[in-house]
Each structure stands twice: as C-alpha cells, then as structure tokens.
Design a protein around this ligand. Structure first.
Ligand code: DAH
Length: 343
C-alpha cells in the first residue's frame, strides 16, 4: 500500500501551507469524509477477511500520522498568526496623546450648584417652572393684582395680555403650593433664568438668574428665616461673615426684609466694593403674605411660611470679584475658561 507515498505527499503539501485556510484545505484533502484516507477505508470492504485486519490497522496508523503532521503544522501556523496579529496591534505608549479642547463650567452654573448643595443639605428639594409664564402666577397669585403700583418694581417683557417672560422665580412658589392642595410642608428652592426690561450696564442685565426659596409649615417663624439665611451666608461666603436684616417691602411677604452680608473685601470697614458701607445686599426675603397662602389653597390660620429670593449672578460677581455683569453673558472664552476647570 502507498502509505509512504501518502506521508510524503502530506509533507510536501504542508510545506506549501502558510496560513490556516490553506491548512484547512490540506486537512480536507486527507481527513474529511470524502478525503483520501476515508477513501482507503471504503476500499477495505472489498478485501478478503484475512487482509481486512492488517489493512484496517495500517490505515488507522496512517490516519494518526497524517493527523499528527497536520496538527503540528497547525500549532506552528497559529503561533505565527498570533505573533503577526500582536505585532500589527502593537501600541506605542510613549507616543504623545491627542489633545482635545476641554470645556469648563460657567461661573453661574458653579455658583448655582454650590447654593443648591447648601440647601439640599438643609432638606430642600429643587423645583423648576416655565420661563414663559402667565401673568397669573408671576404677579396675581403673588398678591400683585393688575394695576398694582409695585408691578413697576419689575419692568416686564410682555408676550401678550396674559403671558410674559417671568421677572422672578417667585411664580414657582404659587405653582408648587397649588399642586399640593393646601397640605404642607413645603420646602423648596427654585433656580432659573429671569428677564427684565432693563438697559444693560455693568450692574444690570435684561436676563439674569435667581434662586427662590420657600418653606411652608405649621409654626414657621421669622427666626427660622433668620437662622436659615445666616447659615446660608456663612456656608456661601465664610464663617466670619455677619448678616444684617433690613426692613423692606415686597407685595408677597409681610413683613419683608432685605439681607446684607458684611463685605468680604474690607471686613466691614468700607471700601469701593461695598460702596463704603461695609455691607453688601444679597437677597430679599420675608414671611409669606397670608393672601399668597390663601390664593394657593393654604389656610393662613394653620400654615405660615417664609420665602427668599437671591440673584445667582450677583453672588458670582461677589465671589469672583467681577465688576461687570455683562461679562457673564458675552460668551468670551478668554473670560469663561478661567472658571471651573477643576470640575
Ligand atoms: N422676587 C423678588 C425679586 O425678584 C425677590 C424676593 C424677595 C423673593 C422676597 C422672595 C421674597 O421670595 O420673599 O425682586
């Protein structure tokens, strides 16, 4: 039988093989069902019985040898292919990386996040409302009926008779209370953009940002408001800061106050930053007016509340010593990229 011949042929075929596909072809040629070796097995049935045993044995030995030859070639090829793959995917970790421009947080976002964190820590939740607001929520439900002179305190962009760009974040108070059907407690802050028909200059912008705060519960007093705002001022501006409450007027609160924080630049002695007064005005606040509670479905005999509103832009100007609010809105990357890189 041509055993030697087949082995030689396999060896020759394998010498020409350079990849696993070619190896597969060689394997098929000899070892598949229709391959050469199976062909020999088929021949066996025509042999006389005495020859069958030795023939079968020889073919089996041949099959084993051929398999061994092919498998050792497979190991060799797989190793070659693996190292070629590794070589082609080699990464040079000493190459300099691609640089890409990194953005930075806007100073208003930084301050907004900081203020929000302080109040979240005191158990408040964040509520938002629409910037295109109804006169009803922006004014009427806050005790500012049509033709009320105090509407002039906030020069308004009207869209039509009933809609406007909200002039403050206070309408979120009314919206939130209404949704609660007269059941407290309420403890929210409402950050957002507001709009006023002001001429832009270093201290005025027709668009700016506020955070409104509202607490409504049973037995809420002015001292709760004071304690809250004192804690807030110290957390935001530093433990050494003093807080002063000045009596003021807002239609939606009674009594109303404005809150000043001692000037961080001069420590309260008086400097250009605080216009020589030693104090910087930071927010407006007061006890929620009974009319406001009533209009939003809360019984003022049962519930009391305090509210406050502060300008985020103003806090950003103070914090970073920026002297022109317009810088916050002019999108000059040379200015903006100085802030918030660490985030
Ligand atoms: N809404 C006021 C404003 O924009 C700020 C304010 C004052 C809000 C007193 C309040 C408050 O909630 O109690 O001028």
């Amino acid at each position: 039988m041509e055993q030697e011949q087949i082995i030689r042929e396999v060896t020759l075929d394998l010498e020409k093989v350079s990849n696993s596909n070619e190896l597969g072809e060689v394997r098929n040629k000899y070892l598949s069902k229709k391959g050469l070796i199976s062909g020999l097995m088929v021949k066996m049935k025509d042999l006389p019985v005495e020859e069958k045993i030795t023939f079968g044995k020889t073919v089996n030995e041949l099959k084993e040898k051929v398999t061994n030859l092919i498998e050792s070639k497979r190991a060799e090829i797989e190793e070659k292919e693996l190292s070629a793959k590794l070589e082609s995917e080699r990464i040079d970790i000493t190459m300099p990386g691609d640089d890409f421009a990194r953005g930075s947080k806007h100073p208003i976002s930084i301050i907004n996040d900081e203020i929000t964190q302080v109040f979240l820590g005191m158990g408040y939740t964040v509520k938002e409302g629409p910037e295109v607001e109804e006169d009803l929520y922006n004014f009427e439900m806050l005790n500012l009926p049509k033709d009320h002179p105090a509407r002039d305190m906030q020069d308004t962009f009207y869209i039509d008779e009933t809609r406007l760009l909200r002039t403050h974040t206070s309408p979120v108070q009314a919206r939130t209370m209404l949704s609660l059907n007269g059941k407290g407690p309420v403890k929210i802050i409402c950050p957002g953009k507001v709009y006023r028909k002001d001429d832009d200059d270093a201290t005025h912008s027709h668009q700016f940002n506020q955070i409104e705060g509202l607490v409504v519960d049973k037995n809420v007093t002015m001292s709760d408001l004071k304690g809250t705002l004192e804690l807030f001022a110290k957390k935001m501006f530093g433990n050494d800061r003093k807080v002063k409450f000045r009596s003021s007027y807002f239609p939606f609160t009674e009594p109303s106050v404005e809150v000043d924080v001692s000037c961080g630049k001069c420590g309260g002695k008086g400097c250009p930053m605080c216009k020589g007064t030693g104090w910087i005005e930071v927010l407006g606040a007061g006890m929620v007016h009974p009319n406001v509670l009533r209009m939003s479905g809360f019984d003022p005999e049962v519930y009391q509340g305090f509210a406050f509103g502060l300008g985020i832009d103003r806090v950003a100007l103070l914090r970073y010593g920026i002297d022109d609010i317009r810088l916050l809105y002019s999108n000059d990357l040379r200015f903006l990229s100085q802030f918030g890189k660490e985030n």
